[in-house]
Design a protein. Structure first.
Length: 348
């Protein structure tokens, strides 16, 4: 068994391991884990709680005895299933919460089988410290360019076009599983805050800080996930590109982008109701009527004109002027692709 020490997130890029195994309980794994890790728990959530209760109410010895038996049983099951097809050359990296008893016991058994096992020193906590160092403690060195514009100006789609053409991009909404507005929730639940931060840190690590990275302008929260402070500070100081498009084109784009809501009018009606604190009852009733009548383009145009644009204009007025205005006649794929080419030629 070989110890592996993680001093920074870049160490994971040079890690020589075929599989990263997180042996913590499923709930712990779901909150956050090292990117690419698989979960082979040596104690499930119920078993972990049981051992903890024995430790607190009886004795550490009894807890270790019960826990040891459960770890052995669960490890045997993993050997017979998840690891059954691994040959002698397989090299896993194993970790738990602190790099202690759970991962140590599991790694010892795997080493006795004959595999060359690495054990993460400090466990998940050493990885989490590296994430915090990147996103909380140290200023980000990356050169960012913010893409901003009113609702429906296809900013995320433009990011995708930029990425396809080889530009560096950071798609925060994809990492947060949310499209960034009141209507932005998608069918996939948002990740836990720690998982969101892991995704952000993982995306930032391979980027060249000396090259420009395009990122969509966001508020400090995307749905319920908070943009980490080092990134938020860097975004606040970044230059901005203003994307403009006709209202009709924006409404058409929203109808294409939010088909999940147009196919679920009950959910859409619930979201419209959340706007009641900001608008007269007659306006809410009009939007509900449009939704019930499937008048999607009229609804989208009205939401943009009556709700989103006034708020965006007030917010933009408090900021410095953007370094460029990008006017697009429509938001079709061909136009977005050409705009991406122009931006790369002009700014990178």
């Amino acid at each position: 068994m070989t110890p592996f020490t993680l001093t920074s997130l870049t160490d994971l890029q040079t890690l020589k391991a075929d599989t990263i195994i997180d042996v913590r309980a499923p709930t712990e794994f779901a909150q956050d884990h090292i990117p690419g890790a698989i979960n082979l728990p040596v104690l499930n959530d119920t078993e972990r709680a049981t051992v903890g209760t024995i430790y607190a109410q009886e004795s550490p010895f009894n807890a270790r005895k019960v826990g040891g038996a459960l770890v052995a049983q669960n490890t045997a099951a993993h050997l017979q299933n998840a690891m059954a097809d691994k040959d002698g050359g397989w090299q896993p990296l194993v970790y738990c919460w602190r790099g202690g008893q759970r991962s140590g016991a599991f790694a010892t058994i795997l080493s006795q089988v004959g595999w060359r096992v690495q054990l993460l020193q400090g466990g998940y906590r050493s990885y989490r410290r590296a994430v915090v160092q990147t996103l909380y403690d140290a200023p980000l060195p990356h050169r960012l360019m913010l893409i901003e514009g009113g609702t429906g100006t296809a900013k995320t789609a433009l990011l995708h076009q930029l990425s396809q053409l080889g530009a560096q991009v950071l798609d925060l909404e994809a990492m947060a599983d949310h499209r960034g507005s009141l209507f932005g929730a998608i069918t996939t639940p948002q990740p836990a805050q720690r998982m969101f931060e892991s995704r952000v840190a993982r995306a930032l690590t391979p980027l060249d800080p000396d090259k420009l990275t395009f990122i969509e302008a966001e508020s400090s929260k995307i749905g319920q996930r908070i943009i980490p402070p080092s990134l938020w500070t860097r975004m606040g100081a970044a230059p901005r590109l203003q994307i403009n498009a006709p209202l009709t084109a924006r409404a058409q784009f929203l109808c294409r982008a939010y088909t999940d809501l147009t196919q679920n009018t009950e959910q859409l009606g619930s979201v419209i109701d959340l706007l009641r604190p900001y608008h007269a009852a007659s306006q809410i009733a009009q939007w509900q009527t449009q939704a019930e009548a499937a008048a999607w383009q009229s609804l989208a145009a009205s939401l943009i004109g009556e709700h989103y644009d006034p708020r965006y204009i007030r917010s933009a007025a408090a900021k410095d002027a953007p370094i460029a205005q990008i006017d697009m006649p429509d938001l079709e794929d061909e136009t977005l692709a050409q705009t991406a080419k122009d931006l790369i030629a002009r700014f990178t």
